[in-house]
Design a protein around this ligand. Sequence first.
Ligand code: KIV
Ligand code: NA
Length: 264
Amino acid sequence: RKRISVSTLNKMKQQGQKFSSLTAYDASFAKLFDDQGVHVLLIGDSLGNVVQGLDDTLGVTVQDIAYHTRCVRVATASALVVADLPFMSYATPEQACENAAVLMRAGAQMVKLEGGEWVCDTIRTLVERSVPVCAHIGLMPQSVHVMGGYKVQGKSQEDAERILREAKAVEAAGAQLLVIECVSQKVAKAVTEALSIPVIGIGAGPDTDGQVLVMHDMFGISAGHIPKFSKNFLIEAADMQSAVSRFVSDVAEGRFPAAEHSFD
Ligand code: KIV
Ligand code: NA
């Protein structure tokens, strides 16, 4: 099997084929997801929540992400492997380069970072130095203490316009993929239509090019609160393989997310 690349996802966007993504942190689940055809595996700093039991993602280090990236990469043959740059690991373009190198050497094919206009210099610097970048806008969990909680973003006209501006800015800076988290269906649709790079939504309605879920939410086993936009795919499945296969086909055929998982 050939590994999925950013060109594969671009082609899928152009052809209107929806793709799926899950977080993964270890070899066994990574292989299971890869075997079921999940297109993108993300070593998210959500591992702070679901693996380390923290109540935010700020305690996660570059070494933590690198360890889990190694575990995921060796176990997969097809999926695109994307690793999160954690809190404060890309405060300057120099730090971003140093830390992205650690993640790329650990097996990441792309790194993801949170932010709008302020990260554009960093994105440019990374891409010029051959590190592909996925940007992440909307709800940015690393900013939880600045935002004062996890809230749906882009509710006012002004915020919705700012998010669209940020999306265009990160694309212009060279980001090749974009995650948009916890925004109204309308905002996510506008962003997806405005950009030529693929857009992956989480809590962003059905109109993005791809969908991502935290794997523990998808199996309904998260220790903490399970967000409204998630769905427990294990309820109607006989085993984990069929739950994941159902997630992939529900995304491909536009059955997930439904209205009940979206914000308007
Ligand atoms: O850390 C994470 O799992 C993420 C996804 C939810 C997009 O950033
Ligand atoms: Na993350």
